[in-house]
Design a protein around this ligand. Structure first.
Ligand code: AHG
Ligand code: MN
Ligand code: MN
Length: 345
């Protein structure tokens, strides 16, 4: 007779972890639960996206004459509702909202966290049935009372209390860290419960995947161009030439590389010197997860987690993944594109 591992749900796991801290009152547990609940609702819509009228452009009417909503707007509303209703946070920064959404909860001792979120990442892939995601950062507020303020949100990644992502793929997973390793939970759709399926996730030692939108090649800095050529050279010892994989959803590209080993790059370009991805709710959360999984995340020169955000929707170049691969790409940046180092300006 074979013995099976006992199923551990996300809720059980988070509660057990938090119980290890004697001063913990369960607020973070409840906050992560709120995020998981919203993720399940978004997952339901994502799964039905091909059937529902929801795929239309925001502002257009569906067959009943009702205004249609794009899935990223729908996801934004669900996460905001869940986070506001849950009472554990006092401000939300979202890719979909220009300013922070700040609020005061009726219970004064609640709401000590702020959340930055990209509710639907890779939204251009929805119509094509390609994996998309949600990415979130959780910080402890800096101010004492009242609705959360912009300063509560503008914190570097090193201050993160927790971060994670949900990937809506061939199966739906929630992956998160609170600074003690990375754990992944797969949604059992028949019962609507996230179950621990990927404990203590680590980047594999050997990797041979590079992910970058090479269509932008002519706009890339010299360091990136040279690194791409390095990836394409023949050298059996270092598993080169590497394999190129690019989904166009950061969460999905990052997740694949975490499982299979690899590097993901969205560099600064001559058109967009700071790249495309947003520091607070795209780069920082995956950077925290990468580091906790034994990997590395940088802007080509500096640790992503140490960049002090100045504005809510600030962008940063991102070089992330298996440690030695990121370090190799950094070598090329330092040698061939030192002018791109924003810390030196
Ligand atoms: P979002 O859908 O939240 O706007 O994010 C899209 C991002 C990211 O997921 C992805 O890695 C990147 O855009 C792809 O950009 P390119 O199409 O320029 O490669
Ligand atoms: Mn995104
Ligand atoms: Mn988005």
């Amino acid at each position: 007779m074979t013995t099976r591992n006992r199923i551990k749900t996300l809720t059980q796991f988070v509660v057990e972890r938090q119980a290890e801290y004697s001063q913990a009152k369960g607020a973070l547990t409840r906050l992560l639960n709120d995020i998981a609940t919203a993720a399940k609702i978004v997952n339901r819509e994502v799964n039905a996206a091909g059937l529902a009228d929801i795929l239309g452009f925001e502002g257009s009417d569906n067959i009943q004459g009702e205004a249609q909503k794009k899935l990223d707007v729908f996801a934004n509303e669900r996460f905001i509702e869940a986070l506001k209703g849950g009472g554990e946070c006092c401000a939300i920064a979202s890719e979909e909202n220009e300013k922070i959404i700040s609020f005061q909860n009726e219970f004064s001792d609640l709401g000590k966290y702020v959340v930055a979120i990209d509710p639907l990442d890779g939204s251009s892939n929805i119509e094509a049935n390609v994996s998309i995601g949600t990415v979130f950062s959780i910080y402890r507020r800096k101010s004492d009372v009242g609705p959360g303020k912009l300063e509560d949100m503008l914190q570097p990644g090193v201050n993160l209390v927790a971060a994670g992502y949900v990937i809506y793929g061939s199966s739906t997973m929630l992956v998160y860290t609170t600074g003690r390793g990375v754990n992944g939970f797969t949604l059992d759709p028949s019962v609507g419960i996230f179950c621990l399926s990927h404990p203590e996730m680590k980047f594999p030692e050997t990797s041979n995947i590079y992910s970058i939108n090479e269509g932008n090649y002519i706009y890339f800095p010299e360091g990136v161009k040279k690194y791409i050529k390095y990836c394409q050279e023949d050298d059996a010892k270092t598993l080169r030439p590497y394999t190129s994989r690019y989904i166009g959803s950061m969460v999905a590209d990052f997740h694949r590389n975490l499982i299979k080993g690899g590097i993901f790059i969205y560099p600064g370009t001559t058109k967009q010197p700071k790249g495309k991805l947003r520091l607070l709710y795209e780069c920082c959360p995956v950077a925290y997860i990468a580091e906790q999984a034994g990997g590395k995340a940088s802007d080509g020169f500096n640790r992503i987690m140490e960049i002090q955000p100045k504005t809510l929707h600030q962008r940063a170049p991102l070089f992330i993944g298996q440690k030695s691969m990121v370090e190799k790409a950094e070598e090329f940046m330092v040698k061939y594109s030192p002018e791109m180092n924003s810390a030196k300006k």
